[in-house]
Write a protein that binds this ligand. Structure first.
Ligand code: CUA
Length: 152
């Protein structure tokens, strides 16, 4: 009957979807952002070599790594200073609840989840000062959670 045909067609479609998703993630190497970087548990942050004393590290010609810990209600360090004409890779994690790391006036905006390390690379060409805010409601002082990036 037609009903059976439709049932079979639906099954074929479902299997096809699953195969496509599997093919896409395996063959093309697509992984979730949270899986790309080593994770770090909030309780281990103080002993972590990256986040125990977070800040900017010079890792190559015009290349910097910036480690940031978000916590209620501040970013550590509060101020990052990087040279103009540099590529900065941010690694941001949270000590407590979900925050975000959002640079005002740019498209730099990432969710910061406890236990995970958000990563993004940004090119800073010109000197300037940028404000950083938290875009995820994280508690009564969410609106006061601010930081700065100084490009010098
Ligand atoms: Cu942190 Cu809102």
């Amino acid at each position: 009957t037609y009903e059976k045909l439709w049932l079979v067609a639906a099954m074929v479609l479902i299997v096809g979807f699953i195969a496509t998703i599997t093919y896409g993630s395996v063959a093309l190497g697509i992984t979730m952002v949270g899986d790309q970087e080593p994770t770090v548990e909030p309780g281990e942050l103080n002993d972590d070599e990256r986040f125990g004393d977070p800040g900017v590290e010079h890792v190559g010609e015009n290349q910097y790594d910036a480690y940031v810990v978000a916590q209620t209600f501040a970013f550590r360090p509060e101020v990052l200073e990087v040279p103009a004409n540099s590529d900065v890779t941010f690694y941001v994690t949270s000590r407590d609840v979900i925050h975000s790391y959002s640079v005002v006036g740019t498209n730099i905006n990432t969710m910061v989840i406890p236990g995970e390390v958000a990563q993004m690379t940004v090119e800073f060409d010109d000197p300037g000062e940028y404000g950083v805010v938290c875009n995820e409601y994280c508690g009564f002082n969410h609106h006061e959670m601010e930081g700065q990036i100084h490009v010098v």
